[in-house]
Design a protein around this ligand. Sequence first.
Ligand SMILES: *Cc1c(COP(=O)(O)O)cnc(C)c1O
Length: 215
Amino acid sequence: MSLAEIITRLHKAESAAGRAEGDTCLIAVSKRQPDARVVDVLEQGHRVFGENQVKEAAGKWPDFRARFDGVELHLLGPLQTNKARQSMGLFDAIHSLDRPRLANMLARLAQELGHCPQLFIQVNTGEEPQKSGVLPDDADGFVAECRALDLPIAGLMCIPPVEEEPSLHFALLGKIAARNGLEGLSMGMSGDFERAVALGATHVRVGSAIFGARG
Ligand SMILES: *Cc1c(COP(=O)(O)O)cnc(C)c1O
């Protein structure tokens, strides 16, 4: 695959869903990819990227940002509170807000620094014990808690269980977002982003289909 092919497929999925082409934000997930592949995608003009780890992002993105204007960087993986401060300066969006302690920390930092990345609340739609995210039943309460802290909640994010039909999870995420008046839906990866677009994804996170297999 290539960036151009993925964009074509994304536009087709948008049209099929009766949505405008370019409606969905394509996050190119560059975690564990060789720098040369990332630079190649930057040189093709793409500017929105996603990383899984704070440490890895801090190691490579300041340099890429210095070389390319207008980069928008999204954190997709779990965030420890001791990396929260660093993340405030590194990322434009964080998709893994998943617990009160982190919400409180981000709110305090946002007050202190006067800015905050866009936040997505991760929902563990499959209720998998090993996965982060708030449980579906706790989502409404957590959204309210985050709003009370004045956090900029852009929407919800999910990673469906590997063995299950992702559409069920995308639909559930959409339902939780709708009843909470949230517009953003971060869902869909290399294997299922078209199904996510059909169910209203505003942000798809595509790694291997753009860059190839990870090291
Ligand atoms: C790695 C990762 C992706 C991208 O996965 P691909 O299957 O390579 O598209 C998307 N979202 C999250 C949270 C990830 O960790």
